[in-house]
Ligand binder design. Structure first.
Ligand SMILES: NC(=O)c1ccc[n+]([C@@H]2O[C@H](COP(=O)([O-])OP(=O)(O)OC[C@H]3O[C@@H](n4cnc5c(N)ncnc54)[C@H](OP(=O)(O)O)[C@@H]3O)[C@@H](O)[C@H]2O)c1
Length: 324
């Protein structure tokens, strides 16, 4: 495989950001885009330099020259879109959250395994150099045993009950949109699933969580205090406390810096580039090596994160039409 030929499925906000990220990789080519409408596909192709534009997702999936498809539809469509791509023989990078609930994630993973194809949740934070270094610090025991994590991600969106952030039919709410970032960080930091999940939320007028606070308990007594919001700006930093020091990660979900504080030593500051091209490069490395999943965001961990999110939703009484 020389240049990897990407297909992008959907033409919304993050699809454009991802197309721009591909332009940073000399060995990536945006070959084709698929949209629900030909007009949107053509406009997106014109703006982003895609060579082929399809007014229909199935046409994109049927393009024999497309090596891998990036799915950028709202969360409730991830399950059907991913399975359809896999059934057309295409490897998939699917936007976060991978799906509405763990049942859907498991079905997607099962099809990928049956078809022997690559699948990854686009949890791009995991692929950032700063976050990879933080993972190494933890593994090397630099801060001793990890005891506490605090992390939040919240922003204030405008009042649009029909839009995907507040509409239950489009998987609206803070937990699924941005809560997945601190939950995924907790899984990384503590190296597994929580034993206990407590949460409280404000369910707004549209019936989705406008803000949620969570406390996760891990084996050995580790605790994570996490928060997310879509109608309020929150601090977006993470702090990991261990028995021998702590790590600060400003704006952890797109981290470009982190500081390691070890008891009795001078602080170590790292600064690295951030961007979506790191996850695209990870996918291409996996494809070239013949791997079916990424070690940075393994499929069993994506399913475990979805399970934790299901448990949070059960604690706050939040159900979606797709859960039925
Ligand atoms: N990784 C990140 O940093 C990041 C950032 C933002 C969002 N995301 C994730 O990416 C996904 C898309 O988010 P977005 O902000 O790009 O959303 P968006 O701007 O609303 O775009 C979603 C696109 O999905 C397609 N679509 C298919 N069925 C749809 C429906 N029933 N209603 C609306 N759109 C539909 C549309 O493209 P066509 O009309 O071309 O088919 C639409 O443009 C979400 O799962 C979100 O969590 C990730």
């Amino acid at each position: 495989m020389n240049a990897v030929n990407w297909g992008i499925l959907a033409t919304g906000r993050i699809a454009g950001t991802f197309a721009a990220a591909l332009r940073e990789l000399p060995d990536a080519r945006l070959l084709a885009v698929g949209s629900r409408t030909a007009e949107s596909a053509e406009a997106f192709a014109g703006e982003n330099g895609a060579i082929r534009a399809y007014g229909g997702y199935a046409d994109l999936m049927s393009d024999e020259d497309v090596d891998v498809i990036y799915i950028a539809t709202p969360h409730p469509m991830h399950h059907a879109n991913t399975i359809a791509c896999l059934e057309h023989g295409k490897p998939v990078l699917c936007e976060k959250p991978m799906a509405i609930n763990q049942r859907e994630v498991r079905e997607m993973v099962e099809v990928a395994r049956q078809r022997d194809l690559f699948l990854m949740e686009a949890m791009w934070t995991r692929c950032l150099p700063v976050i990879r270094r933080v993972g190494e610090w933890i593994e090397e025991g630099k801060i001793g045993e990890v005891r506490m994590l605090s992390a939040a991600f919240g922003y204030r969106t405008g009042w649009d009950p029909a839009g995907r952030l507040l509409n239950p039919g489009l998987g609206g709410g803070a937990l699924l949109d941005v809560g997945v970032y601190p939950v995924a960080l907790a899984h990384m930091v503590f190296g597994g699933e929580p034993t206990g999940v407590d949460a409280a939320a404000h369910i707004g007028a549209t019936g989705v969580d406008e803000q949620t606070a969570m406390t996760l308990t891990f084996a050995g007594g580790g605790l994570a205090q996490l928060a997310c919001a879509v109608r309020t700006n929150l601090n977006q930093d993470a702090r990991i406390d261990g028995t021998n020091g702590h790590i600060d990660i400003p704006i952890f979900w797109r981290a470009s810096t982190a500081t390691l504080h070890v008891e009795g030593e001078a602080a170590t500051v790292i600064n690295e580039p951030s961007g979506y091209h790191f996850e695209a490069a990870e996918v291409m490395d996996c494809l070239r090596a013949g791997r079916r999943q990424s070690s940075l965001m393994p499929l069993d961990e994506t399913a475990a994160i979805a399970h934790t999110m299901d448990r949070v939703r059960s604690a706050i009484g939040l159900r979606y039409p797709m859960d039925a």
